[in-house]
Design a protein around this ligand. Structure first.
Ligand code: AMP
Ligand code: MG
Length: 325
């Protein structure tokens, strides 16, 4: 039987794991990350294998501060403006890679760009600073499954085989927003915890969204992702018999399993609860989860993106399609 690994208790213990080439999951304000030293290819291979993640899907490099990020990525004035406005925080910038900077090629999946972010969670920043190098950190879950927002989720996802630095529940609960910046142009690759409207307000211009399947958005923008075992039925007005209900705002009575993302209809609260409530309803063993409509404004863009991917037809073993009603 595989023995569960011991969790690090201090930042220094977690940094020592990363320094030795081992993996260590760590808290961020978005979701828990599965950390590896981004300059150590052996560690990054271990990361891809542990997650079961396709190697063409590049990893976000978590940096302690802008100075560390500038060592690996080329910042245009626009990129610097975005970093100044939103770092530390839930914004990843995809920027031209500085070659010969020491980053493992596996982190960027061989692309000539790199995704960099300075997380706001104090434990994440202290850990990266203690390591002194960027930490590659995809969400700490087996590829394609729900993202973890507690240390317990990570332990469950990897059956106790990955050590976790426990920082309590994640404040935001949704992955970072990803913007690609090329010179003076900016495109949103993934909706996330920083609403696009907030970035548009700061820059005073509209931000186009990369078309699904376009070359720039392609790596990792997999249609089926964030999937629970149960099928999802989206935009449902009410649950049917045999379904669980994931509500938003005042909801219908139901005699099956029910959780409400935000009874008062608050999108921040809904974002924070999304993955953990999906996991809880999934654990009840229901075959299908009906989900109330979520407005598309602000954080709703990212919440609906995650729900769409969670409902998308799965690769094998195919349990059948989920659908937006
Ligand atoms: P995850 O680690 O699951 O949060 O996913 C990270 C996302 O960032 C993936 O969907 C990647 O495709 C995207 N990403 C990371 N680096 C790059 C890059 N250099 N170019 C385009 N997308 C990137
Ligand atoms: Mg992920």
């Amino acid at each position: 039987m595989i023995q569960p690994v011991a969790d690090p208790v201090t930042i220094e213990q977690a940094a020592a794991l990363l320094r030795s080439g081992a993996l260590c999951a760590f808290p961020t304000e978005t979701v828990y990350g599965l950390g590896a030293d981004a300059t150590n290819s052996d560690a990054v291979v271990k990361l891809y294998e542990t997650k079961g993640r396709p190697r063409f899907n590049p990893l976000i490099c978590h940096c302690a501060d802008l100075a560390m990020a500038e060592h690996y990525a080329l910042f245009s004035p626009l990129a610097r403006e975005l970093a100044a406005a939103f770092w530390p925080g839930p914004l990843t910038l995809v920027l031209p890679l500085k070659r010969e900077s020491g980053l493992s090629d596996l982190v960027t999946a061989g692309l000539d760009t790199v995704g960099v972010r300075v997380p706001a969670h104090p434990l994440a920043r202290d850990l990266i600073a203690a390591l002194g190098r960027p930490v590659a950190g995809p969400s700490a879950n087996p590829s394609g499954r729900l993202s973890p927002t507690t240390a317990d989720h990570v332990h469950q996802g990897f059956a106790g085989r990955v050590p976790v630095l426990d920082g309590g529940p994640c404040e935001q609960g949704l992955e970072s927003t990803i913007l690609a910046v090329e010179g003076d142009t900016v495109t949103q690759l993934r909706a996330g915890a920083l609403p696009r409207q907030q970035v548009e307000a700061a820059l005073g211009r509209d931000i186009p969204v990369a078309a699904a399947g376009s070359a720039i958005a392609a790596p990792g923008m997999l249609r089926s992702h964030y999937a629970p075992n149960a099928l999802l039925r989206l935009d449902a007005s009410a649950p049917q018999s045999g379904e669980a209900w994931l509500g938003f705002g005042p909801g219908p009575a139901h005699d099956g399993p029910v959780l409400n993302l935000s009874p008062v209809g608050n999108l921040r609260e809904a974002a924070r609860n999304l993955f953990s409530y999906l996991a809880r309803l999934d654990a009840s063993g229901v075959a299908k989860i009906a989900v109330a409509p979520i407005p598309q404004n602000g954080l709703g863009e990212a919440i609906n993106d995650r729900l769409d991917r969670a409902a998308a037809p799965r690769a094998a073993p195919a349990p059948g399609p989920g659908a937006r009603a």
